[in-house]
Structure formats: C-alpha cells, structure tokens
Design a protein around this ligand. Structure first.
Ligand SMILES: *[C@@H]1O[C@H](CO)[C@@H](O)[C@H](O)[C@H]1NC(C)=O
Ligand SMILES: *[C@@H]1O[C@H](CO)[C@@H](O)[C@H](O)[C@H]1NC(C)=O
Ligand SMILES: *[C@@H]1O[C@H](CO)[C@@H](O)[C@H](O)[C@H]1NC(C)=O
Ligand SMILES: *[C@@H]1O[C@H](CO)[C@@H](O)[C@H](O)[C@H]1NC(C)=O
Ligand SMILES: *[C@@H]1O[C@H](CO)[C@@H](O)[C@H](O)[C@H]1NC(C)=O
Ligand SMILES: *[C@@H]1O[C@H](CO)[C@@H](O)[C@H](O)[C@H]1NC(C)=O
Ligand SMILES: *[C@@H]1O[C@H](CO)[C@@H](O)[C@H](O)[C@H]1NC(C)=O
Ligand SMILES: *[C@@H]1O[C@H](CO)[C@@H](O)[C@H](O)[C@H]1NC(C)=O
Ligand SMILES: *[C@@H]1O[C@H](CO)[C@@H](O)[C@H](O)[C@H]1NC(C)=O
Ligand SMILES: *[C@@H]1O[C@H](CO)[C@@H](O)[C@H](O)[C@H]1NC(C)=O
Ligand SMILES: *[C@@H]1O[C@H](CO)[C@@H](O)[C@H](O)[C@H]1NC(C)=O
Ligand SMILES: *[C@@H]1O[C@H](CO)[C@@H](O)[C@H](O)[C@H]1NC(C)=O
Length: 428
C-alpha cells in the first residue's frame, strides 16, 4: 500500500511545527509519497513503490516508524528528494546481509544513490531518523567477511543534511565519486560497548567540490578521508567538526597504492575541528613506490585533547594485510604546498594508541615515538615541498617540552616554521 498525500499549501503551514520537518518543508512540493511499512517484512520494495509513484519526490520515511531495510536499496533516479524522519533498520541476520553483499552490483552499499540533483535530509528529532546498522554483533564476532558499506552517495549536485548513523557495521558514508555536494550536520555514532568497531570509517570525501561541515563522529577508523583510490580528488573542505572515540582522525590517503595509477588530490581544507581521545589528528599516508601529487592542503585550527599522534605523515606506508602490487622502485607521491596552522591541545603521553591493536608490533607503532611528539614527519628525500607549520601549541601530558620526529626536511619551504630534527620541537 502506498501512502500518497495530496496536501494543499494551507496544510503545509500546519505541519510546519512538527519537529524534524522544517528543513524538508522549506523545499517540499505539494505532494509527497510516504514509504509504507509492513510489520516484520522487508520495506525495500515499498521504497521502490514510493519512488515509482513519486519520481520527483519527496519520498518520505515517516516519523515514529522503524523501517526494515532487509535488502539493499538503490536510488537510481535524478531530480528528487528523500526525507528520512523515521528509523531505518538494517537486518540483524548477519548471514542474510553477507549473502546480499556477495551478490551486490554496486560495491556492497546497503543504501546507494546515484544520479543528479538529489537531496537527502534526516530528522532534527534526536530519537528518530537514525540509520541503524546493528554493527555491535559484527564487531563482537570480529566478523569482517562480506560487510556492507552503509551509505553511498554517488551524486552530482546534491545535499545531505541532518543524517544520523548508529552502530554501522563498517564504512559509513561514501562521497567517493560525488561532485558538488554539501553535507551538513552528519552524526555518526560507532561507539561499541564490546569489541573494537573496526573499519567504521566515517566519511570518504574522495570526490570533488565537496563541503562537509558540522559533523559529529565517534568511530574506530578515519573520521574523514580523502584520496583513497582516487585519481582526481579536488576542492574538498571538511570543517567545524567534533571527532572522538577511537577515531583515526582527518586523513589523506593512503595515496599511491597502485604504482601504475597516479593518486592526485588538490585544494583540500580541514578547518576548525576538535578531536578528543583519538589515535591521530591530521594524518597523511602514501605508499613506497607510489606516484601522484597531493597539492594545496591546509589543516587549520585543529584542537586536540588526549590525542596520540596529532600531526603525522608517512611516505612509506605499507598495509601489511593488503600490500598491493609489487613496488618497482622507491618513488613517492609528491606533497606540495602543505600548511599546518594553529594546532593546540594535549598529546596522549601515557596511554598511546587505541584498542585496535591486533599485532606485535602494533600497526601504529612508530620507531622513536614516546608520547611527546607534537609532530611525526616522515618525508622521503625531496618529496615534501613548500611546507609550513605555524602556531603549533601541542604539549605532552607529562609537562616536558614537545618533541618532533623528522626524517628529511621539506624542500622549497621558505616558511617551514620548524627545525627538522629528532628531538625538541623548535619553531623557526
Ligand atoms: C531510533 O533509533 C535510535 C537509535 O537506535 C533509538 O535511540 C530510537 O529510540 C529509535 N526511535 C524509535 C522511534 O524507535
Ligand atoms: C512521535 O512520537 C512521539 C512520542 O510518542 C510524539 O511526541 C511525536 O509527536 C510523534 N511524532 C510524530 C510525527 O508522529
Ligand atoms: C540501478 O542501476 C543499476 C546499474 O544501472 C542496475 O543494475 C540496477 O538494477 C538499478 N536498480 C534499480 C532498483 O533500478
Ligand atoms: C535540493 O536542494 C537545493 C538547495 O536547497 C534546491 O535548490 C534544489 O531544488 C533541491 N533539489 C531537489 C530535487 O529537491
Ligand atoms: C538468516 O538468514 C539466512 C540466509 O538468508 C537464513 O538461512 C537463516 O534462516 C536466517 N536466520 C534466522 C535466525 O532467521
Ligand atoms: C560471502 O562470500 C564470502 C567470501 O567472500 C564467503 O566466505 C561467505 O560464506 C559468503 N556468504 C554468503 C552468505 O554468501
Ligand atoms: C551492549 O549493548 C547491547 C544492547 O544495547 C546489549 O544487548 C549487550 O549485552 C551489551 N554488551 C555488553 C558487553 O555490555
Ligand atoms: C568548491 O566546492 C564548493 C562546494 O561544492 C563550491 O561551492 C565551490 O564553488 C567550489 N570551488 C571551485 C573553485 O570550484
Ligand atoms: C596527476 O598529477 C601528475 C603530476 O602533476 C600529472 O602528471 C597527472 O597528469 C595527474 N593525473 C591526473 C589523472 O590528473
Ligand atoms: C587552495 O585550496 C583552498 C581550499 O580548498 C582554495 O580556497 C584555494 O583557492 C586553493 N589555492 C590555490 C592556489 O589553488
Ligand atoms: C607555498 O604554499 C603556500 C600555501 O599553500 C602558497 O600560498 C604559496 O604560493 C606556495 N609557494 C609557492 C612558491 O608555490
Ligand atoms: C630521525 O630518526 C629517523 C629514524 O627514526 C632517521 O631515519 C632520520 O634520519 C632521523 N632524522 C634526522 C634529522 O636525523
């Protein structure tokens, strides 16, 4: 059954006071198609029904309804909007999810959008509009087989607003092939009350012309990342966010995994972000033997509290579990025009790391690191160019002066702002 409401304008004004609908109402048309819910059944067919009845939307998941998204949904259209006011619940049957992921035709996304001009908004009601992955049981079982990606937004021209994700199984939001997208007020809560929530990457911003702001992310992998498997990520801003739990912070990379495919990213800005208790703050990683160019990258106004590695870069990254193609040489992705400005707060000195360590030495082990490093800069010779570090006010919790690990000084850096040495961090 389809809930098809033909509402006149007068009616629109009456419902405008309902919590959670104001954003959506500002751009609603006179008609909307509510997705129906059938108790105990898969609601995915009802979504396709609503889409076919209302091809230009708005498609509405109504408040106070928990929808069963028992099979993956592909929104393939253009020029419509979706409003998620009720909860969307993934299956609790792990085998059923894996079966669907194994036969997936869209990279294993459970909820996937493609097309042009697509707006998806959630609810302002803190108790409604959650996309619930029931990830806890996957984390507790260390089950990493055929996991779905939660939400793919492969849209040109769109916006995401007020979306909320609870206990995602793994990777949450992908904007990896999106362009010209605004994403505001995204909440991701991957806090576990049991085992570590592995691979709960928050937002993959590897698209182009993206603005992501006002996010709140509690997770167990990169909070925001750009450039993974990318050939041309550009003009991406992530700002005004709070990042916490066991997050791996604000990442670029890993770049250059495929030695034959240049990884290029440019015009990336991270601004006004506060990270608490996380493993990394600003993080860059590229592969030995990788090629490409990361250009015009700025991290500005980054606050940390109890963060293990607030400012970190490596150009000799290797993923032990997935080493990629053989490395023909020691090439490096070039890093050009990097600015790190105004980092403040305290470094996690006494309990470095997070609970994601499953090997010895741990995957995040750093030779020489002792919890006092404001920055770890592992450039290869000559491949970091035009770097500036300014206003770095990071202090170890032990009260000793902040230190630095530095492999090779950046070249062509008239305003480097620091002395490349292993030892005390000296601003210069
Ligand atoms: C929606 O999901 C959230 C998160 O799981 C939960 O706290 C809330 O109670 C749910 N709301 C309804 C109406 O079931
Ligand atoms: C949802 O349920 C809550 C609590 O029962 C109620 O206050 C609210 O008005 C309901 N919202 C809608 C849109 O029905
Ligand atoms: C969406 O598009 C893909 C690729 O064109 C196709 O395989 C899939 O069946 C479509 N899904 C729906 C629900 O129309
Ligand atoms: C999406 O939102 C934008 C900005 O509010 C608006 O201009 C556009 O018309 C909306 N598109 C659709 C298809 O609802
Ligand atoms: C889980 O899903 C699998 C595969 O669809 C099915 O065989 C099994 O009976 C389901 N388990 C439960 C408890 O429903
Ligand atoms: C899904 O594929 C994996 C191999 O990638 C296999 O181990 C698993 O049994 C499959 N599960 C289902 C339900 O098809
Ligand atoms: C975690 O929370 C879930 C549901 O909220 C509960 O069923 C489970 O027992 C809790 N696990 C632990 C280890 O506390
Ligand atoms: C960069 O992306 C933002 C957000 O989509 C857009 O508003 C802006 O026009 C883009 N800038 C350029 C130079 O393309
Ligand atoms: C990546 O950057 C390199 C170096 O500037 C350039 O030669 C190459 O064409 C770029 N590749 C793409 C796909 O933009
Ligand atoms: C560098 O990137 C920033 C932020 O994305 C952008 O505003 C600026 O125009 C870029 N600078 C150059 C020289 O392209
Ligand atoms: C060095 O980087 C800064 C910041 O991105 C930029 O403004 C400046 O033009 C760059 N210098 C050169 C010589 O490219
Ligand atoms: C700092 O130590 C690393 C080994 O951890 C070494 O490779 C590097 O050359 C040293 N840097 C300087 C400036 O001596």
């Amino acid at each position: 059954m389809l809930g098809f409401l033909a509402l006149g304008l007068a009616c629109v004004w009456q419902v405008k006071t309902v919590v959670g609908r104001s954003i959506y109402l500002e751009e609603r048309s006179a008609n909307e198609c509510d997705v129906t819910h059938t108790e105990g059944e898969d609601d995915t067919p009802n979504i396709y029904q609503a889409l076919s009845d209302c091809p230009s939307g708005p498609i509405v998941f109504t408040a106070n309804t928990t929808y069963n998204i028992f099979s993956p949904v592909q929104f393939n259209h253009s020029d419509y909007s979706v409003s998620i006011l009720g909860n969307l619940s993934f299956p609790t049957n792990m085998t059923a999810v894996q079966g669907a992921v194994n036969t997936s035709t869209n990279g294993g996304f459970w909820i996937y959008f493609s097309g042009e001009n697509v707006n998806v908004t959630g609810s302002e009601d803190p108790w409604s509009g959650w996309i619930d992955g029931h990830g806890q049981q996957w984390w507790d079982a260390y089950n990493q087989v055929a996991r779905p990606r939660t939400f793919g937004f492969a849209v040109n021209n769109g916006y995401l607003y007020n979306l909320k994700f609870y206990k995602p199984i793994a990777w949450v939001v992908s904007l990896a092939t999106a362009s010209n997208v605004y994403a505001g007020n995204i909440i991701i809560d991957a806090r576990s009350n049991g085992s570590f929530p592995f691979n709960t990457d928050g937002i993959d911003g590897s698209g182009s012309d993206l603005l992501v702001e006002d996010a709140t992310i509690y997770n167990g992998d990169d909070a925001f990342t750009v450039g993974q498997n990318s050939v041309g990520t550009r003009n991406v801003t992530f700002r005004r966010a709070y990042v916490s739990y066991s997050s791996h912070g604000l990442s670029i990379g890993s770049l250059g995994k495929d030695p034959n495919q240049p990884s290029n990213v440019s015009d990336i800005l991270f601004e006004d972000v506060f990270l608490e208790n996380t493993l990394y703050g600003a993080r860059f990683k590229s592969w030995v033997g990788g090629v490409g160019l990361a250009k015009n990258v700025t991290y500005r106004n980054i606050g940390v509290r109890n963060v293990s590695f607030p400012l970190y870069l490596t150009q000799s990254y290797v993923d032990q579990e997935s080493p990629g193609a053989p490395r023909a040489n020691n090439a490096s992705v070039i890093m050009q025009d990097f600015t790190y400005d105004n980092f403040y707060g305290d470094i996690n000195t006494f309990h470095q790391g997070d609970a994601s360590c499953v090997s010895d030495p741990c995957w995040y082990y750093e030779e020489g690191a002792d919890g006092t490093q404001a920055a770890i800069l592992r450039c290869n010779p000559g491949t970091c160019q035009n770097f500036t570090l300014s206003n770095i006010h990071l202090r170890p919790q032990s009260g000793v002066p902040a230190t630095l690990l530095c492999n090779n000084p950046p070249i062509a850096s008239p305003n480097a702002g620091f002395v490349c040495q292993n030892g005390t961090f000296i601003s210069a």
